[in-house]
Design a protein around this ligand. Structure first.
Ligand code: DX5
Ligand code: ZN
Length: 221
């Protein structure tokens, strides 16, 4: 399976609805990057914007919470129309956050930064829907893909197969038609791309090109 999740971080925030419409036919999910200026050194968007997007589209909203205290805002994101939320394992209280997301009836994601081992997530892989492996240091779009993500994806994929888990593996950061190959081969099924899509003059065809490269790599797996 290949699931494309364009990251609106690289869209034009003054024309967000129009940019979302441009990629609609290739966007299985929309990836929404929420940054709190504390867990990462950047500020982006919060529940009011998610709710505006929700009024504009029925797309699946995959909210990536780069926040120190995501638990304070899960209710607000769910009420705004988030379909899933992903919290970082580095912020701790993981069991509590997973239970809160389950209680809200939204998809449950756990993200892991480049410097954090997949082993930190292992205790929860059977409890979550999505493991998000960061292939850049979170905080900004347009950074270079870090190859260190590839063995982490392989490890998670191996565990998911061994334990027959219904786990999606998402990769985020520096994904384009070149870098998507190795991560798809390693076992990722959900691909976030921001600048490679919205930084391209034709975002829809850019997304399609990345999807085709991912499909080709997955077929060779
Ligand atoms: C980075 C964000 C990413 C970002 C990816 O902190 O989590 O989702 O939008 O952007 P690109 O695809 O440009 O690396
Ligand atoms: Zn993200």
């Amino acid at each position: 399976m290949v699931r494309m999740a364009p990251s609106i971080l690289s869209a034009d925030f003054a024309a967000l609805g129009a940019d979302i419409d441009r990629v609609r036919d290739e966007a299985d999910w929309l990836h929404v990057d929420v940054m709190d200026g504390h867990f990462v050194p950047n500020l982006t968007i919060g529940p009011p914007v998610v709710s505006a997007i929700r009024r504009h589209t029925d797309a699946f909203l995959d909210c990536h919470l780069m926040m120190t205290d995501p638990g304070d805002y899960l209710d607000a994101f769910a009420a705004a129309g988030a379909n899933s939320c992903t919290v970082h394992v580095e912020v701790g209280r993981t069991a509590e956050l997973i239970a809160a997301m389950r209680g809200l009836g939204i998809g449950v994601g756990l993200a892991v930064n480049p410097e954090t081992s997949v082993a930190e997530c292992e205790p929860w892989l059977a409890e979550i829907d999505l493991l998000l492996v960061m292939s850049v240091h979170p905080g900004f779009g347009g950074q270079h893909f870090m190859e260190e993500a590839v063995p982490k994806i392989s490890r998670a994929y191996e565990i998911a197969r061994r334990d027959r888990l219904a786990l999606s593996i998402e990769v985020d950061g520096g994904i384009d038609a070149e870098t998507v190959g190795p991560v798809a081969r390693a076992g990722a099924d959900t691909f976030v791309a921001g600048s490679a899509i919205f930084g391209h003059p034709d975002p829809l065809s850019a997304a399609r090109t990345i999807r085709e490269a991912a499909l080709a790599a997955t077929a060779a797996r």
